[in-house]
Design a protein around this ligand. Sequence first.
Ligand code: 5AD
Length: 434
Amino acid sequence: MCYAIPGKILELRDNIAVVDYFGEHRNVLNDFTDVQIGDYIYAQGGILVQKIPKQDAILILKEWEERFFQLKKLDLKISRIKEEVGIEDNKFIKIIEKTREGISLKRDEVLRLLKTNDKKELNLLFKTANKLRQKHLKNSCCVHGIIEFSNHCRNDCLYCGIRKSNKKLKRYRMDVDEIVKVASFAVNRLGFKALVLQSGEDFWYTTEKLIEMIKKIKEKCGVLLFMSIGERSFDCYKRMYEAGARGVLFRFETSNPRLYKKLHRGPKLKFQNRIKLLRYMSKLGYIIATGSLIGLPGQTEEDLMNDILLTKSLNAEMYSFGPLIPHSETPLANASLENINTVLKVLAVSRLIDPKAKILVTTALETLDKENGRKLGLLSGANSLMINVTPTKYKNLYSIYPNKAGNEREIEDDIEKTLNLLYSLGRAPTDLGI
Ligand code: 5AD
């Protein structure tokens, strides 16, 4: 199984390697001291993560070559936009045209896009986002694995099923060696090149334990590691970076400080602390994946616009926006379920505002529409996915929200289903660098 296409190093300059993929050249960051021109490598998120023996690379590339160009052709065909007919508001078309020409939108224009519920306008918005994705990033789609290693949490966020006050939930925690084993299986047996390690805010994992975990995984696996463990000290994030973690998945949840305050109960949960921490992580060099929840009670379209703009201003490389799925054991049990079009609008507008970003189809979006959520997301500007590689015995206990998509499937089935979907849309499960 392969989630990245091998590339050949053409040039090495300082910490940059220029890599060839079937004639396309990409720059990737290189921390390895033992790579040379002519070596074959895997890169993820613009970072070199693994060297591959030449014979293996040549075999894999042979398998890929025909498919690579076929997929590109199919993607180009699907992302073509036909003449838009029947849209009455000329202003809407003008806004869309501006984004095609790369002109920045004003706030009232962004709002106009987020507020539409007209079928034809929505169609044009989603198609434009898909076209921009194709134009700027071609057909590559990152497929990250996620390991949910503990459902203990010290916080009491009003929306979250693993909140401290949920006494009905059976808690679990994987020890460091078990996490390393699962990560190693995901990378060395299943072929993942990027993994997210996620948990509640669980301080049983001290900074030392986290560092041990990261170092052991990096020793055994050529992988891009994202941490998704909530608020920790600046020092902890610095040391995790030094140990080899290179990404963080850390949402600010909402850019509206009033809403933030209402929803978050925890020892130190303050909106400004979170933003400061995100800015610090970016300064350290982490790849930032962040975003918000869509459909929070009291949230407006203006809030969603500010969420998108804040994500951009945080230099996020990956946008993570997903719907709130009400959980029966939380104070938001009776919140109404968001319409899928609202989520798709946020993804599409994110693409229009930040054409080169990675935009995630979250598992929550997949849960909102199990049949079509992933596909609709990928056709509305998104270009990244996650596959849950948490061991089956823990999966259902990590219930941040109910009926999580994918939990009913075995990992191998999920991988196969994902690949089939990507191929049917002309997408290649790979990440071709910066
Ligand atoms: N529905 C959807 N997403 C949720 N999260 C927490 N609770 C819910 C819910 N009920 C999200 C938060 C967090 C991520 C790990 O899970 O946004 O950042």
